[in-house]
Design a protein around this ligand. Structure first.
Ligand code: AVJ
Length: 319
């Protein structure tokens, strides 16, 4: 028999309180910035799914290829009885892992989106009778607490989403993950790799304009959630490679002088023509960098798998 439980560790108004705080801080700063997690309302999540199917956006396909090719090795190395997936979204790639993990007893998807969690959970249950799904509605960056399921645990953080965190945030996050882990547990981490600038920029500035729409969607989120009056037509989508910090930045650049009211936080923000607001950092990695960041958090890199073209990597590390 399988079970399906949902635990909410986020108060239902936590998201909106966090959004307000982030908007006050980020739009009050110079240069202006916003956290990329605010892209993902229902429309933003749909647009991201569209991005994963674009010819220019290689990370999803590259990672899926590695997962399919290496699922048996990953399963053998971890022997996990519980699979925890951070930022699980639609759990699409996870199926390959779940099918390979022969001793699996529990699947713990963690996401801020309740709808994504329950939908994905029910699909998986239908296909895997006997699996206990314990969905967690939680922000994995803040005080994650895992349910009491059998070990060893495999914690999967896929898609390259760790690249959305700034270096100091990554250090704190990896350390917090390490503190959740016991001997025998492992971390499966997806990281996009440093490569030529043209390939990287094209992946974040596709010819069909889907990424541009995804980027501007954050303005619709602010309009709806905070009563703001941004006109997305006032902004251009920008994707730029920062060669020193080895990350892609997405920005919104004002086409003209812009003043927007944000009543929920009692703010009016102005943009000079050409002024840019950073909406996302997507860091790209090298093997040594990943190894060193893991080591600094108390984790030892044990496996490193890449796709044929060395575009993306999955690493397995352990305390
Ligand atoms: C979901 C964070 C991995 O950084 O590549 C895609 C989000 N942004 N196109 C990424 C994203 C623009 C994506 N992650």
């Amino acid at each position: 028999m399988s079970t399906f439980a949902v635990t909410r560790t986020l108060p239902s108004d936590a998201t909106s309180a966090a959004l307000r705080a982030d908007v006050v801080e980020g739009l009050g700063s110079d240069p202006k910035h916003l956290h990329p997690k605010w892209f993902y309302d229902a429309r933003g999540s749909e647009l991201f799914e569209d991005i994963t199917r674009l010819p220019e956006y290689y990370p999803t396909r590259a990672e899926r290829g590695i997962l399919i090719g290496r699922a048996a090795e990953i399963a053998a190395a971890s022997g996990a009885r519980t699979l925890v997936e951070l930022g699980s979204g639609s759990s699409e790639k996870t199926r390959h892992l779940i099918e390979a993990l022969t001793n699996l007893d529990a699947y713990v998807p963690v996401d801020v989106s309740e709808s994504a969690l329950t939908q994905a959970g029910h699909v998986l249950l239908a296909d895997h009778p006997g699996l206990n799904v314990h969905a967690l509605i939680a922000d994995f960056q803040h005080g994650l607490q895992l349910p009491d399921t059998p070990g060893p645990r495999l914690i999967a953080f896929l898609g390259g989403t760790i690249g959305n965190l700034l270096p100091e945030e990554r250090a704190g996050f990896l350390r917090a993950l390490r503190d959740l882990m016991s001997p025998g547990d492992a971390l499966l981490l997806g990281t996009d790799l440093v490569k030529d600038e043209r390939t990287l920029v094209a992946a974040y500035d596709d010819s069909a304009g889907v990424t541009a729409a995804f980027n501007k969607n954050v303005l619709f989120v602010l309009n709806r959630e905070l009563g703001a009056d941004f006109d997305p037509e006032d902004f251009d989508h920008v994707a730029a490679w920062d060669a020193d910090r080895e990350w892609i930045e997405m920005r919104l650049r004002a086409r003209r002088p812009v003043t927007a009211k944000i009543p929920a936080v009692d703010l009016a923000v102005t943009f000079r023509p050409g002024e840019e607001m950073r909406t996302e950092v997507s860091a790209k990695f090298r093997r040594e960098g990943v190894r060193d960041e893991l080591a600094a958090a108390g984790l030892t890199l044990e496996h490193w798998w890449t796709d044929d073209a060395d575009r993306f990597a999955l690493s397995l590390s352990a305390p």
